[in-house]
Design a protein around this ligand. Structure first.
Ligand code: HH2
Length: 282
């Protein structure tokens, strides 16, 4: 089988036990996210959605105020802050781990000050020179995600010699950069970035060969939820990708994923737990 990744993730004063599998529920406080844009732009609705995801079994909530879908326009920091901060402040009153999905250091800092535990940065600390220092200052958990290009351009013509090997090399390089900024290995998890500068074949290869990405000894997070590679295989629109997401989640967990980032927490928690049980790590 694949090498064992360390089963704990340090996120400030909390340690997430990843001996089984954890579910990260998505809270998009945006008008334009690819699958639920506009549904939770109102903070009250976003909070209610977050509470529902906790009731459904989420271990982590990932709160985002800027869409990263292909072609998305960047959002100014003040707009992003206005969207996410009230949601972080309110959900902080629960016991769930909170992640801030942002590439901006000012947004990450404000969310951490409001009590968030994790920085989920789709640029893997490359987008904002201050980001690594903010994460290090707080001892926050950090998701280091692979992306080829930027959301505006990434789906134009993604090219790799060997997509999984190149992602593995990228992880090793980003780990060095994070260490140099003072981020502990225990705070890091890696994410191959399904759909971020990848063709259908690349996304399928990542899921098929995910185990190869465990060799750094840190947990791997995967976010296949409702993404277009599922639409391409099954020829279904975004609102009809539950089963395709379930297949991707099951295979990701079977191949060693420690955390799955999903919209449909109730269903995917069951899928992930069942796959983890078969894997032998319930
Ligand atoms: N995918 C999306 C956003 N953030 N973060 C990580 N670590 N991994 C992912 O795969 C990932 C992510 C895109 O999904 P979603 O948040 O639903 O859409 P949008 O970016 O349009 O808001």
């Amino acid at each position: 089988m694949f090498p064992e990744a360390s089963p704990y993730w340090q996120c400030r004063d909390r340690w997430l036990d990843l001996r089984s599998v954890a579910v990260m529920g998505i809270v998009n406080v945006t008008p334009d996210s690819f699958s639920d844009g506009g549904r939770f732009l109102d903070p009250e609705r976003a909070v209610a959605h977050g509470l529902q995801l906790i009731a459904d079994g989420a271990d982590i909530l990932d709160i985002g105020g800027e869409s990263t879908r292909p072609g998305a326009e960047p959002v100014p920091a003040d707009v992003e802050l206005r969207r996410v901060l009230p949601v972080v402040e309110r959900l902080r009153q629960t016991n769930v781990l909170l992640s801030i999905d942002t590439a901006k250091a000012v947004v990450a800092r404000a969310a951490l000050e409001a009590g968030a535990h994790i920085v989920n940065d789709v640029t893997a600390l490359r987008g904002d020179p201050e980001m690594a220092h903010v994460a290090a200052d707080f001892g926050a958990g950090v998701v280091l995600m692979h992306m080829q290009g930027t959301p505006r351009t990434m789906q134009a013509n993604p090219t790799y010699r060997d997509v999984v090997a190149e992602i593995g090399g990228f992880f090793a390089e980003r780990r060095q950069a994070a260490r140099a900024a003072g981020i502990a290995d225990e705070c890091m998890v890696f994410d191959p970035g399904i759909g971020f500068g990848k063709t259908l074949e690349h996304n399928l290869a990542i899921l098929r060969r995910l185990g190869e990405l465990l060799s750094l000894g840190r947990p791997v997070l995967v976010g296949p939820s409702r993404k277009s590679f599922i639409g391409k295989v099954l020829d279904v629109p975004v609102e009809d990708r539950l089963e395709g997401t379930a297949a991707a989640v099951a295979i990701a967990v079977w191949n060693g994923a420690a955390i799955v980032r999903v919209h449909d927490v109730r269903a995917m928690k069951r899928v992930a737990q069942m796959a983890a049980a078969i894997r032998g790590s319930l």
